[in-house]
Design a protein around this ligand. Structure first.
Ligand code: 4AD
Ligand code: MG
Length: 432
C-alpha cells in the first residue's frame, strides 16, 4: 500500500493509495458517497460505491460528519473536472474520529468576531489555509534573499530594558527586582551592534506594540524582519528593499498560484511589482495629496488614509523618502541637503495597502546622536552600549524593517490584517 499525500497523488494514477485527512464535505445518494477530503497538502474527492465497499465500512461512512478525521484508500484516476485534476475511486474507508456535533463553521456567511472566536477551527478553511501557505513562502523568500546576499541571521532579544520606537507603545512587565522590562518593538538597535561584527545581518521575530490603533493595519503582536548593513547608505538601502520585495512577490507568483486563485487575488497586479519602484520625497507626496484635496501640513507624518490615496495612484510600490525629522525616530541620519529632514524611506504597497517597510540611514556620529537623543527626550544612560557603537569604529550604515503581516495582507489581497497571522492579537482581542 502506498501511503501518500494529496499533493503527490498525480504520481500514482491507476494505483491504490492511502490518504489520511479530514472530511471537509460530503454528499450521498444512498448508493454513491462523495467524500471531500483535505489533508493539509490539498483537496481531493473520493467516490465510494455501496456495492463495492464492505458493509461495516459503509455503515461507518454513512455516519461521517463534517471535519471527521478519516483514512481513505482508493485508486487514483485523472479527473479533469476536479480542481486537483484527480479523483479517487474508494476501496476502503476508516474513521479516526467522528464528531458528535455539527462543525460550528458552516457554509453561510459568518461575522468576523464569530470567526475570530472560532479561530482554532477557522484555520482549516480553504482561504485560511491558502493565506498561511503564502505567508510561509514570504518567510522563506526573505531568508533565501538574505542568505544569497551575504546577510547573517542575528537573533535580537525580545525582553529589553528600553524602547526602540517610542515609549507610548510599550508593553511592560515586571522583571524580578530590576524594575520594568519591555517587550521589543523592533530588534533594530541590537542589530546595529550585530553588523559591527558581521557586516550585514537580519533578525526575524515577534514584536509588540501597545498601540491604541484599531485599524485594518494594526496588530499588537506581529512579526518583524529587521535588516541592517554596514557601509550602505540611503540609496543602497532602498536597493536592498526593492530587491527583497521583488523576490518575495516573484516566489509567491511561482509557488502559490493555486492559493492566489482560492483567495481570488488579482495576479496581474502582483505581476506589475517590478523594479524600479516609484520614488517621491515627503514634500512631493504632501504636494500631491493636497492636489487631491488633503489638508495635510508640510511637516506632518502621512496618515493611513493619505497612504491609501497615494498608493492607489500607482501600480507598483512607492518609496516616500526624507520625512521631517520631527515625526521620525531619533536614530535617523539627517539629510545633509536639508537638516530638517532625515535620510529615511517608507515603502508603501500599492492598491491602497500603504506602509509595509520603514527604514533609514542611521546617525553614525557620536555627538550628533547624543544631541538627537536629547532632542527626542531619550535617556542616554541606558543606551551607552548603543552610543559605544559610534565611539569604536563607527561607519555609515543603514537598515529597514518590514511587518510580515502587512506584506501578507497586500500579497494575498486581504481587507484586514487579522487573517494574516494564525492567532491575531488586537487591542480588543487576545483569545484564543
Ligand atoms: O516603521 P516601523 O515602526 O520601523 C521600525 O520599527 C524600525 N526600527 C525598523 C528598522 O528600521 N529596522 O515598523 C516597521 C514595519 C512597518 O513598516 C509596518 O510594516 C510594520 O512594521 N508595523 C506593523 N505591523 C502590524 N501592526 C502594527 N501595529 C505595526 N507597526 C508597524
Ligand atoms: Mg513606520
Amino acid at each position: 500500500m502506498i501511503t501518500t499525500t494529496i499533493s503527490q497523488i498525480g504520481a500514482y494514477v491507476g494505483q491504490e493509495v492511502e490518504l489520511k485527512g479530514w472530511a471537509y464535505n460530503f454528499r450521498s445518494s444512498g448508493k454513491i458517497f462523495f467524500l471531500q477530503l483535505r489533508d493539509g497538502t490539498g483537496r481531493v474527492q473520493t467516490v465510494y460505491s455501496k456495492a463495492e465497499l464492505p458493509e461495516d465500512q459503509w455503515a461507518v461512512l454513512d455516519t461521517v460528519r463534517i471535519e471527521s478525521s478519516v483514512i481513505v484508500r482508493g485508486t487514483v484516476k485523472a479527473e479533469a473536472r476536479s480542481a486537483s485534476g484527480f479523483e479517487l475511486t474508494g476501496v476502503s474507508f476508516a474513521a479516526i474520529q467522528i464528531p458528535t456535533e455539527d462543525f460550528p463553521i458552516g457554509k453561510k456567511e459568518h461575522g468576523p468576531d464569530f470567526l475570530l472566536d472560532q479561530r482554532s477551527l477557522w484555520l482549516r478553511s480553504e482561504s485560511q489555509w491558502a493565506i498561511q501557505r503564502v505567508r510561509n513562502t514570504i518567510i522563506n523568500a526573505t531568508f533565501a534573499y538574505f542568505n544569497e546576499n551575504g546577510y547573517v541571521k542575528f537573533d535580537t532579544p525580545i525582553l529589553t530594558p528600553t524602547a526602540c520606537e517610542g515609549t507610548t507603545e510599550l508593553f511592560s512587565i515586571e522583571y524580578f527586582d530590576m524594575g520594568n522590562a519591555y517587550l521589543s518593538q523592533s530588534g533594530q538597535l541590537y542589530l546595529e551592534a550585530g553588523i559591527m561584527s558581521l557586516g550585514r545581518a537580519f533578525d526575524f521575530g515577534p514584536v509588540f506594540r501597545a498601540e491604541k490603533s484599531k485599524t485594518r493595519r494594526h496588530l499588537t503582536e506581529f512579526w518583524m524582519m529587521d535588516a541592517e548593513a554596514a557601509f550602505v547608505d540611503h540609496e543602497g538601502n532602498l536597493a536592498v528593499q526593492e530587491g527583497l520585495v521583488c523576490r518575495i512577490v516573484k516566489d509567491v507568483l511561482e509557488k502559490n498560484r493555486a492559493e492566489l486563485a482560492i483567495l481570488e487575488r488579482d495576479v496581474a497586479a502582483l505581476e506589475k511589482v517590478q523594479a524600479p519602484f516609484v520614488r517621491m520625497t515627503h514634500a512631493e507626496a504632501v504636494a500631491k495629496l493636497r492636489e487631491l484635496g488633503s489638508d495635510i501640513g508640510d511637516m506632518d507624518d502621512l496618515g493611513g488614509d493619505d497612504e491609501t490615496v497615494l498608493t492607489k495612484l500607482y501600480d507598483r510600490p512607492i518609496f516616500v523618502e526624507k520625512y521631517p525629522a520631527v515625526v521620525k525616530a531619533f536614530y535617523m541620519k539627517r539629510d545633509p541637503m536639508d537638516p530638517t529632514r532625515v535620510l529615511n524611506a517608507d515603502m508603501l504597497a500599492p492598491e491602497g495597502y500603504g506602509e509595509i517597510i520603514g527604514g533609514s540611514q542611521r546617525e553614525d556620529d557620536y555627538e550628533q546622536l547624543l544631541q538627537r537623543m536629547k532632542d527626542h527626550n531619550v535617556p542616554t544612560e541606558p543606551y551607552q552600549w548603543y552610543l559605544d557603537l559610534r565611539r569604536f569604529g563607527s561607519v555609515p550604515h543603514s537598515g529597514f524593517g518590514y511587518g510580515l503581516e502587512r506584506i501578507v495582507a497586500w500579497v494575498c489581497g486581504l481587507q484586514h490584517i487579522r487573517e494574516t497571522i494564525p492567532f491575531p492579537r488586537l487591542i480588543n482581542r487576545i483569545t484564543p
